[in-house]
Design a protein around this ligand. Structure first.
Ligand code: F6P
Length: 376
């Protein structure tokens, strides 16, 4: 009997999602499989809202941004239903069986992968595909969405240069990336930012001001500071890393109380971090005597048509996922590996975040150019 695949997209949307859906669908239809898309992430699977992904539905979506299936950040075990948070895992299992699915393919980032793994532990056949503009999914070379976002952020930095230069100003540009600096570092180098601040390297605002003043002494009266939304100063960074370690240890020890305490501390830190871009801009004005402005790139980095590289990656991983279903390989992340792909068991990939290693070539590149990373 032919196989039946379910697909959902969860978490923040990302350019390339439709290319991946198309890749899975087209490859599956050629093998006489049936494909159903569930709407709005795990919520649609819970509420049994779906569409048939036939040839017509898959046509013309390769270049379209967002996701034709809609998305949400709802988790199966913590779903907001009628104003209450409920564990809807059993309903999801029922709906999976009602549709006689052979596999559920979840397109998302680290959180989605964790949710897919939970369903796998409940006996469902699942696959996970790595999408996010943050590029922070463990065990994959790249995530789709990242290349498009880096292009958008780079173009924005390019454009900020001429206005910063004309007005002899500092412009502090905030780049997305959650708790990792891939996007700010990549776009910062490609766009020629003078300072790049990322979560992996705690910054000292005085050091940033010194770097800007050195530029002034050399005759450059403007500076572009690319700052990750997750960047932290020397005071906040050690607290964040300590709380993250406590949370990880509590999860391993299955200590719910300690995990809740560490999560609460992380929430407090998140609150303290809010508005940091404007604070850095104000501090730099004070310390350098130059005028400073803030640009927050925000969701523009996630919108619109995917780059060619993202279409290619999403198509590669999508078609690979259909191949894995045909083989009956489940419970894996379909990871990008060089020109090919690798099926990485979910238990090896969940609960880990791929941060920028301090010895990464991009960091060395930035330092060799003379870009200030906020620590020296
Ligand atoms: O994970 C993608 C991402 O765009 C992050 O870079 C950002 O921190 C977050 O999503 C924003 O989430 P939301 O769209 O829910 O505000």
């Amino acid at each position: 009997m032919s196989k039946h695949i379910g697909i959902l997209t969860a978490g923040g949307d990302s350019p390339g999602l439709n290319a991946a859906i198309r890749g899975i669908g087209k490859a599956a239809l050629r093998k006489d499989m049936q494909v159903t898309g569930f709407l709005d992430g795990f919520r649609g699977l819970t509420e049994n809202r779906s569409i048939r992904l036939d040839k017509k539905a898959l046509s013309g979506i390769l270049t379209v941004g967002g996701t034709i299936l809609g998305t949400s950040r709802m988790k199966p075990h913590k779903m907001l239903m009628g104003g209450r948070t409920r564990d809807m895992t059993d309903t999801i299992v029922e709906n999976y069986n009602r549709h006689h699915l052979d596999c559920l393919i979840c397109l998302g980032g680290g959180g989605t992968m964790k949710n897919a793994y939970r369903l796998h532990q409940k006996g469902l056949n699942v696959l996970s595909l790595p999408k996010t503009i943050d590029n922070d999914v463990w065990a994959t070379d790249r995530t789709f969405g990242f290349d498009t976002a880096i292009g958008i952020a780079t173009e924005a930095i390019d454009r900020l240069h001429s206005t910063a230069h004309s007005h002899h100003r500092i412009i502090v540009v905030e780049v997305m990336g959650h708790n990792t600096g891939w996007l700010a570092l990549g776009a910062g180098i490609a766009g020629g930012a003078d300072v790049i601040l990322i979560p992996e390297i705690a910054y000292d605002v005085q050091k940033v001001a010194d770097a800007i003043l050195r530029r002034v002494r050399r005759g450059s009266h403007f500076s572009i500071v690319a700052i990750s939304e997750g960047a932290m100063n020397k005071q906040l960074s050690p607290r964040f890393h300590a709380a993250e370690q406590r949370k990880h240890a509590a999860r391993e020890a299955m200590d719910k109380e300690a995990k809740a305490a560490a999560s609460a501390e992380l929430d407090i830190i998140e609150q303290e971090r809010k508005g940091h871009t404007l604070r850095v801009s104000n501090q730099l004005e004070e310390l350098t005597g130059l005028e400073s402005r803030v640009t927050i790139l925000g969701h523009v980095q996630r919108g619109g048509t995917p780059s060619a590289a993202d279409r290619l990656l999403a198509s590669k991983l999508g078609t690979a996922a259909a191949e894995l279903v045909e083989q009956g390989t489940y419970g894996v992340l379909v990871a990008d590996r060089g020109d090919s792909y690798e099926a990485v068991p979910l238990e090896q990939a969940v609960g880990r975040r791929k941060v920028v290693p301090l010895d990464h070539p991009w960091i060395a590149t930035a330092r060799r150019i003379g870009t200030c990373l906020g620590d020296k």
